[in-house]
Design a protein around this ligand. Structure first.
Ligand SMILES: [Zn+2]
Ligand SMILES: [Zn+2]
Length: 274
């Protein structure tokens, strides 16, 4: 909001350059069932995009928009879209919202979220780390805990397994070195790794100490993953790019460096078949 940097000015002038806040839609093609990972402040547009990929059957009233919503943590970009399920907007009827113990207790004991729970617009469900949840035939979701600034809640990453392939999604994590799981092991165990690419390099936010908002810089990840073989590197897609991240411009030297390293920047609307 209000940013005067080149990337943001260009995005305001050219709609093609505009990007929404990071979230993931899971669709089971045989049933059309769909789930959302994270409820972002851009959820209005993202519901329309979801309808483009997996149209809702025609119905009267206000049918459930998703079979369920999975929340990673209580930072602005990841859960504040829940407000749109409330009575001032969609007025959902018991939208199933899956989250960690801390996240559920945060939502049910703080306004305005507690009203969504009390009025039955959302229904909180326990998502226990390490316990795969069956979403359909040959489709599961499993959460795991990652280290990340936890003012209100802990933070989840996710593994989604389809009949043939698996994807991991870690939009926010402090640094790979403080993660108790070896990130390379997770990459080896999946087919697609959508990883925290918030910042490209240190110093990216002028006037702010970036040690207060730790993320693995893409530069650091490129170096760390450079020892992996080409098959492993090709699984890596950086996502959750901050507005300051030069790699969001495909013509930038930063984006070129990612491609030259055999890795990718995740694209808005990108479809990954599992
Ligand atoms: Zn966060
Ligand atoms: Zn985030």
């Amino acid at each position: 909001m209000g940013c005067q940097a080149d990337l943001c000015r260009e995005a305001r002038e050219d709609e093609q350059r505009r990007r929404l806040v990071t979230s993931l839609l899971i669709v089971e093609p045989c049933t059309g069932n769909r789930w959302l990972i994270d409820a972002t402040p851009d959820i209005r547009e993202q519901v329309e995009l979801a309808n483009r990929w997996a149209p809702q059957p025609e119905a009267t009233g206000r049918p459930p928009l998703f079979e369920g919503v999975f929340l990673s943590h209580a930072h602005f970009g990841h859960y504040t879209g829940l407000a749109y399920f409330g009575r001032e907007v969609y007025g959902s009827d018991r939208m199933q919202v899956w989250a960690s113990d801390r996240m559920r207790s945060y939502l049910s004991s703080n306004g305005p979220w507690d009203l969504l729970v009390e009025a039955g617009h959302i229904e909180l469900q326990q998502l226990a780390p390490g316990e795969p949840l069956s979403l359909g035939e040959d489709l599961t979701l499993e959460a795991f805990t990652v280290p990340h600034r936890g003012e209100y809640t802990d933070t989840f990453g996710f593994i989604v397994r389809g009949p043939e392939r698996a994807l991991i999604y870690i939009p926010d994590i402090d640094k790979w070195s403080v993660f108790e799981t070896n990130i390379e092991d997770l990459i080896a165990a999946c087919d697609f790794a959508l990883l925290d690419g918030s910042f490209f390099a240190d110093g990216e936010i002028p006037g702010r100490a970036m040690s207060e908002i730790p993320h693995p810089f893409i530069e650091e990840s490129l170096t760390r993953f450079s020892v992996l073989d080409a098959v492993q590197r090709a699984k890596v897609f950086f996502t959750h790019l901050n507005h300051t991240n030069p790699a969001s411009d495909p013509d930038s030297a930063a984006a070129q460096k990612v491609r030259a390293s055999g890795m990718h920047i995740a694209q808005e609307g990108q479809v990954i078949e599992l």
